[in-house]
Design a protein. Sequence first.
Length: 656
Amino acid sequence: MEDLLHAPVRNARIVFLISHLHMVTPPSRLAQEVQSVLPAYAGSADIRVVDLPIAETLQHAQELEQMREVDIFICTGATGAYLRKHLATPVVLMPPADYDILYALERARRVSDKVALLSYRSASPKLEELHSLFTVKLRQAAYTTLQQAEECVREVAVEGYQVVVGSSMITEIAEQAGLTGILVTSALAVRQALDDAMVILKSARAEAAKRQRLNTLLQHLSDGVLAVDMAGKVQTINPTLAHLLDVSVEWALGRHVSELGPHLDLEHVLRAGTPENNRILRLGTYTVLANLMPIFEEGVQTGAVLTCQDTSAVQRADRQIRSSTRPTRFVARYRLSQIIGDSAVMRDLVTLAERYAQTDSTILINGESGTGKELLAQGIHNASKRRKGPFVAINCAAFPENLLESELFGYEEGAFTGSRKGGKPGLFEMAHTGTIFLDEIGDMPLSLQTRLLRVLQEREVVRLGSTEPTPIDVRVIAATHRNLRTRIAENAFRDDLYYRLNILRLKLPPLRDRKEDIHAIATHILDQIAKRMGTADLSATLLQPLLPYLESYAWPGNIRELENVIERTVLSMADRSETQPADARQWRQMMGALFEEENIPHIEQGHRGEIDLKSLAKTTELIRIRKVIEECNGNLDRASKRLGISRSTLWRRLNQ
C-alpha cells in the first residue's frame, strides 16, 4: 500500500480474481460481465480480469502481491473470504445486489418453476418474507466452503430442482451435476464492487500519505521517539532513539520493548494509562530525559509513546535560551547623566567627558579601583557618534597572556591546538564602528603592548595564524588604577604606548575626595537594594543615622565598598530578631571599620554618638517588625506572638 504514496499520479491497480473448479476458456460469463463495465473506469484505474482454477488462486494472488503489481483484489464471496486470511493486500467481496437476485430468479423461472438459490454464508431473509409473491417454488441454502457448496447442489438435485442460481463457482458445480446454472452476479454488482474498491484505495492513499509525513517528521526529529502497542511490541522507532540504543530501526520493529533496553519500562503507562514526565533514563552510555504518554484512539488506549532527549542536548538548549534572552553582550547601559555627584570635581569631570565624547581620540581614564571607570567609559560611548555601534569591554588583568592575545586579536582555524573551526574574530574586530574599553591597561603583558601599539597606529589587526591584516574602525578608551609613569620606570610599560594612549586624559577622584557626593550615592544604592528586597519605603529612615559615619570613612574600596556596606546594613537589620537596641560593639562587629573608634565622627562623640546608635537600632527594630507583619499577612496577633511582645506593645512601637 506504500506504493500508492510514492506514485501518486499512477492509476489504482485492481485485479478481479474469478475462481473456477477447473480451467475454463476465458472469458467466463462473470468475466464478460466485468469487462462490460470497465470502460467507465478507464481513466481512474487499471483493471485486470483473471480466470483461473481455484487451486491456483492463492498462489497467483501472492505472486502479484510480492511483485507489488496490485493495489486491491475483487473476488466473489467464498474466494474473497479465503484470500483475506492469507493476503496483506485488501480484498473486496462482490455480493449480489437485491436486483441481481430478482433478475436471476426471473431468468430461472423461464427454465423451471422450482429454483434453488445458493448463497455464501447466509440465505436472504427478505426473499423468505416475499416467498408467497413468487411464481416459482424457491429453495434457499447457504454454504461457506467448496465442499458445502457441492453438498448443497446434490441435495437440491435430489429434491427435484432443475435450476440453481448462484455465483460463477455454484453455476459450474450445478452444470457438472446436470442442472442449469444461472449466474446471480450482474454488471450492477460489478460496478458496486469497483466503487467500493476505489473508496478503499482513496482512503489508503490518505493514510499512506499521513504515515509518510509522520515517518518523515520522526526521521528528522532530534528527540528520540518510540511507540508500542498494548502488548509492548514496538510499532515505531525513529533513527535518533535507535542510535541512542545502538540498534537498527529494522531490528527493533516488532520486538518487545524490553529487548531494546532494560530501562525502557512502559508497563505502568500501559497498565494505568497515566503519563510520566521528566523521567531520567540510562540508555547505554547516554543519560536521557524521557516523557511517557498513553495513546488513545476513540477513547480506547491502544498503546504508549516514549519521547526522550539526551540530557547534554537539554543543557545546550538551556544555555542557548539563557544566552538569547539576556541583554546583548556588547551594549553600553549607562549614560553620563547617570553619574551621581554634584561636587565641583565631578561636575568638571562630566563636562570634560561630554566634550571628549564628540571626538574619536583615544582616552586614558585613571582612577582607583571601584571609582566607576567603566561606567564613565560607557557614558562617553553613549554620548558619542558611535553610540549605535558596539561597546566592547575587556579587563586586561583578568586573562592569562596567551588567552588575552587570542581574545583581543582573534585567530585563524588551526592557529593552535583546540582552536575553533573556522577561526574566531577578536574583540577589536567585534568592536568595529564602536568603542573598545581596555580596563586595567597597566597590567597588560609587555609582549602584547607591542601588538596593541601597532593596532593603535595602523588601525588594523592581524589574527593569530594569519598574515592578512583586517582594517578596523574603533575608538579606544583605556583605564588603569596604576601610575603608568612609575610602570614605565620599572620597565613594565612601554613609554611609546603610554603616549599613544594618553591623548585625552580623565582622572576619577576617589570617594574620600568627594564626600559631599556620598549622601546622594548612598541614597541611590539604598534605593536599588531596597527595591530588590521590597523595603523601598525604609530608605530615608535607615540612611540618616548612618550618614555621619559614611562621610567620615576613608573608603579605600570607593563606591564598590560603599555598595557592600549599605547592602550589609540592610540585610543585617532585616534579619535581626532582637527587639532591644544594639550597642556600638555589635555594630562594629557587623559593619567592621566603619564603626571603629578612629572613624567615630568628631562632632558625634559622647552623648550625640550614643543617640545615633540608638536611632540606628530603632530603625533595625522597625525593619524587623514590618517584615514579620508582612510575613503574617497583616495579622497583628500572630506578628506579636512571633516577636515575643504583646499586641499593645506592638501597637505602641508602630505608632512611635
